[in-house]
Design a protein around this ligand. Structure first.
Ligand code: SDX
Length: 430
């Protein structure tokens, strides 16, 4: 691979360094473009061809359907690791020893208490509020209660902020759901593991002894691993750019939650279930909805299909599809929407429109089947995506800070009005 790229513009040749990553990906470093060409910039709507940073956290090969966290394959991590191990791996770079994991777990538990005044903010929301909006607000509000999390100047500050949010976020997730259900808010049981306690905080009833369902705990643990990180996706890029202004960790995470909420991103898992339910209510007529998805005049899209990077199967979707079958079988649940999803997938894989555009099921296509089997209301699906993605956001934010990345501030190509003089209001419209 040559070390230089040459651009010829306005009769002038300009050279740029070519950089190669550890997985042989190649990029042209254009940091000198504007100064070398007298102000010329690139234009790349949606950043489809633009790298925002160098990162050592996640490797994605969209053509081959490869996903690795810190070098470990998603398949192995989903099968052999637990979520808290993967959290540690993503944030600190290596799988933890038992001693490191035990200390991490203990530090997180020590910092799970949320100031009771946060409940006053929660109380102010109408029960109809979407939990993603509530969660983003409560996460941002944590800054007010823990102001030291803003100005992170040392490794110790960074670690403390990280264990604070890892301890408090699952509590906010559980409280957000239970508030809508009119159930009491608590902290579960510190004897339980991280994911087990999430389940208990969310689902225990005050008048009944809570019995863990290990099948569901393991299914959720796997789902959280699969959602934990995905390099420079929309919400992670948001967390990085907000953090690049030196805004605090909690404020940066709150912005990531808002970005994830959108139906083209994490909100797709809710949209998939609503779509599948609509198809079921419509007599299961998948062909009609396939036609709608292909009709340019119809805004309907096959939610859970397609991906900016994966032009092959999303490896996470493959794993979740198998897990969905296993969970439903273990629980003896017949969920017709799973059959509808599989029918849509089979049809799309044979349909030229989807095949030509390389549209395959993504991480959101089957996850809702499991979330529903867990007993989650559909509005909580994207909240669970946020719970899974929290370590990825933290790891990327930490890397951005440690790499001392400059404040993110893209350029633009102006296409508006050229100079015109001010006109007094009496003369306007003449
Ligand atoms: C996530 O980036 C990440 O890593 C995200 C994520 C993560 O872990 O963080 O993986 C999580 O967000 C997964 C994606 C969830 N979103 C959805 O499932 C929503 C449905 N999918 C689409 O809206 C779409 O596929 C996107 C947003 C996911 C990707 O859009 P792109 O890359 O901008 O592609 P595009 O919109 O330019 O589509 C290319 C073509 C277009 O047709 P033409 O104009 O070429 O004729 O494919 C068509 C699109 O109309 N197309 C679809 C489609 N997705 C793309 N047509 C019907 N149904 C779809 N789902």
């Amino acid at each position: 691979m040559s070390k230089k790229a040459t651009l010829e513009v306005n009769g002038k040749k300009v050279e740029f360094p070519v950089v190669t990553g550890t997985e042989k990906e190649v990029a042209i470093d254009i940091k000198t473009l504007r100064s070398a060409t007298g102000g010329i910039i690139t234009l790349d709507s949606g950043f489809k061809n633009t790298g925002a940073c160098e990162s050592a956290i996640t490797f994605l090969d969209g053509e081959k359907g490869i996903l690795r966290y810190r070098g470990y394959s998603i398949e192995e991590l989903a099968e052999k690791a637990h979520f808290l191990e993967v959290v540690y791996l993503l944030i600190f770079g290596d799988l933890p020893t038992q001693e490191q994991l035990d200390k991490f777990d203990s530090d997180i538990k020590e910092n799970c208490i949320v100031d009771d005044d946060v409940k006053k903010i929660l109380d102010a929301f109408p029960r109809s509020a979407h939990p993603m909006g509530v969660l983003s607000s409560l996460t941002s509000a944590l800054t007010a209660f823990y102001p030291s999390s803003v100005d992170i100047t040392s490794e110790e500050d960074m670690y403390n902020s990280i264990v604070h949010i890892l301890g408090k976020f699952p509590v906010l997730v559980a409280w957000t759901m239970r508030k809508k259900q009119g159930l009491p808010l608590d902290y579960g049981d510190e004897e339980l593991g991280y994911v087990e306690n999430v389940m208990k905080m969310m689902f225990h009833l005050p008048n009944k002894k809570y019995v863990q369902n290990q099948v569901l705990v393991e299914a959720l643990d796997k789902l959280l691993i699969l959602h934990a990180e995905h390099e420079q996706n929309c919400s992670t890029s948001t967390v990085r750019i907000v953090g690049s202004s030196r805004a605090g960790l909690f404020a940066s995470l709150a912005s990531g939650i808002s970005a994830l909420w959108g139906p083209l991103h994490g909100g797709a898992n809710q949209a998939v279930l609503e779509m599948l339910e609509a198809i079921k209510a419509d007599g299961g007529d998948t062909k009609k909805y396939m036609a709608k998805a292909k009709d340019k005049n119809d805004p309907f899209r096959l939610m859970g299909f397609g991906h900016r990077v994966y032009k092959n199967f999303d490896p996470r979707a493959k794993i979740i599809k198998v897990a969905a079958d296993e969970v439903l079988e273990d629980l003896g649940i017949e969920d017709p929407v799973l059959d509808i999803a599989k029918g849509l997938e089979q049809e799309a894989l044979k349909d030229p429109y989807f095949v030509e555009r390389k549209l395959y099921p993504n991480v959101d296509f089957y996850s809702g089947v499991i979330y529903r089997a867990l007993g989650l209301p559909v509005e909580m699906f994207t909240v669970m995506f946020a719970l899974g993605r929290l370590p990825g956001w933290i790891a990327q934010w930490k890397e951005m800070r440690l790499n001392k990345e400059p404040i993110g501030r893209p350029r633009q190509l102006y296409t508006g009005k050229t100079y015109r003089e001010f006109v007094k209001i009496k003369k306007r419209g003449e």
